[in-house]
Write a protein that binds this ligand. Structure first.
Ligand code: TPP
Length: 527
């Protein structure tokens, strides 16, 4: 067996079915070996999109995502999506072609140091060789999937693929995390004495599938819950304990609740989305996590323990009807504000129509910008995985490749990408990827002609709009884009008709929705 065949076979056994990228010459033997083992190569228009697709594939399937880029520019293009997997906590292998040993330090076309490039944006980076083949492959898969999950880079020297694969046996000890007893006692006392507790639930809780445990806990302990954007859906919007999403639109209203808390309990709260310091009152914090993460020092107690132990430790928590009723008031206030905005044709109306028209099990991916702030708070997420975003890395251009990957993973489910026009332009070439593989996605572009979130930030700094206007007139200026139909929408009636038509279409459709962004001013929170 050759090294390329070994890698293909190991990844196939691991559960990998697709890998994403753009090939260079040295990629060919790997693509062939992977194809023969039943791992399909998905050609994208840009490597950053390939890494996003691998990230989202991992999120939806639970199997490590794999992406690939060639020397130099292939590797740098790929790196943007790889950074996403790091800060959005997604297990990923990034495979890049590297120069043979004797060329590594020489001047050569496309030659840069990939190990140095990938060091800060991965959990680990390796250069594969005949000697380390087995250990690197096993370690890479293990590290990518260990808490917090994330990307690992493997450089593939371009002369390595055809050499004989020599397997070496390796035994790896699993590390078990156990709660520290002394701390547990302090935590028990804090929890038992709190009168107005607040739960803050985050991304790590979602990854560990704690939704059921959380709902069961809330059924016996009536305490309010706030969530981070990527944890939306872990508790139902209908649950009386649910207060809202931190950081996103109207989250300043949550202060009425958060400032009343005498204890904050972070449950799998990943500060990568929003630091505690940015919103927490000056009260003790009990933080349950799977790893030692970066949390504020003062008055905080960190419990690093397996996720299934967390709720057991919370048993002594007393219900707080006062806090839950405050949560209800805050939720109501937000709903009234949003309802008041549904009259004109702005982003709130567009999202309301979409929610009414899309099947309840639709998967929505979002790009980054003001529209995400709105979507994150307003979108009723029936279950985790139904609203896919990047709030750790927050890279524009994420939404479209994320939607394509989701549609590849979930063939029978409607997949919709909601994006700003700025973000759409970053990865618009991926419309061709969807077409090439017969993938249908509905792309809703909130076309306000500007980088709205940055325009808002300029306003907060007292600066006139500058460097944020994108175009005049229509974004696409055409009835089709890379073969996909473009529907031009500028009213609520139009919008409803267009969504219905898009749902019936067999192919990808773009809705260019000309919205007035004015309502964002009152929705997006200055943080
Ligand atoms: C790759 C990247 N570049 C820049 C930014 C900074 N940024 C955040 S939101 C935003 C504007 C997004 O504009 P648009 O896509 O039109 O969405 P809108 O804010 O109008 O909803 C920018 C430039 C970013 N997050 N990612």
């Amino acid at each position: 067996m050759t090294i390329a065949e070994y890698l293909a076979s190991r990844l196939r056994n691991h559960g990998v079915r697709r890998f994403f990228g753009i090939p260079g010459g040295p990629s060919i033997p790997y693509m062939e070996a992977f194809r023969k083992k039943g791992i399909e190569f998905i050609l994208t228009s840009h490597e950053s999109a390939a890494a996003v697709m691998a990230d989202v594939t991992a999120r939806l399937t639970g199997v490590t995502g794999v992406c690939h880029g060639t020397f130099g520019p292939g590797a740098t293009n790929l790196s943007t999506g790889v950074g996403g997997a790091l800060l959005d906590r997604s297990p990923l292998l990034a495979l890049t072609s590297e120069m043979p040993d004797e060329w590594l330090k020489r001047t050569a076309q496309m030659n840069i140091d990939h190990q140095a490039l990938y060091r800060p944006i991965t959990k680990s980076t390796y250069r594969l060789s005949e000697d380390n083949l087995t250990s690197v492959t096993e370690e890479a898969l293990e590290i990518a999937n260990a808490e917090y999950p994330g990307p690992v880079h493997i450089g593939l020297p371009s002369d390595l693929h055809g050499r004989d694969a020599i397997e070496t046996s390796i035994r790896r000890e699993k590390v078990h995390v156990t709660a520290d007893e002394l701390r547990s006692e302090k935590v028990r006392v804090l929890i038992a004495s709190s009168r107005r507790p607040l739960l803050a639930v985050g991304l790590t809780a979602v990854r560990h599938g704690l939704g059921k445990e959380l709902s069961a806990f809330l059924a016996t302990h009536s305490v309010p819950v706030v969530v981070t954007p990527m944890a939306k859906g872990i508790v139902s919007d209908e649950n009386p304990c649910y207060a809202g999403v931190l950081f996103h639109a109207l989250s300043n209203r949550l202060q009425r609740l958060t400032r009343e808390a005498d204890l904050v309990i972070g449950i799998g709260y990943d500060p990568v989305e929003y630091n505690y310091e940015s919103w927490m009152p000056d009260v003790p914090l009990v933080h349950f996590d799977t790893v030692i993460s970066d949390i504020p020092g003062r008055g905080s107690l960190r419990i690093v323990a397996p996720a299934e132990k967390w709720f057991g430790m919370l048993e002594p928590l007393r219900s707080s009807p006062v806090m839950v009723s405050l949560a209800g008031e805050v939720r109501n206030e937000m709903a009234v504000t949003l309802a008041g905005m549904s009259k004109g044709f702005g982003p709130v109306t567009v999202l309301r129509i979409l929610r009414e028209e899309l099947p309840s099990n639709a998967i929505v991916t979002s790009d980054v910008g003001s529209h995400l702030h709105l979507l994150g708070q307003l979108w009723d997420v029936p279950a985790p995985g139904k609203l896919i975003m990047t709030n750790g890395w927050s890279s524009m251009g994420f939404g479209l490749p994320a939607a394509i990957a989701a549609a590849m993973c979930c063939r029978d489910v409607t997949v919709v990408c909601i994006t700003g026009d700025g973000g759409m332009m970053m990865n618009a070439g991926e419309m061709m990827t969807a077409r090439r593989y017969g993938i249908k996605v509905i792309v809703v572009v909130l076309a306000d002609g500007e980088l709205n979130l940055i325009r808002l930030k300029e306003g907060w700094k007292g600066v006139d709009p500058y460097g944020v206007n994108l175009y005049n007139g229509s974004l696409f200026g055409s009835e089709s884009f890379l073969g996909a139909k473009v529907m031009h929408v500028s009213s609520a009636d139009n919008m409803r008709k267009a969504v219905r038509e898009a749902l019936l279409s067999d192919n990808s459709v773009i809705l260019e929705v000309a919205v007035d962004p004015a309502e964002y001013v009152d929705l997006v929170v200055k943080v």
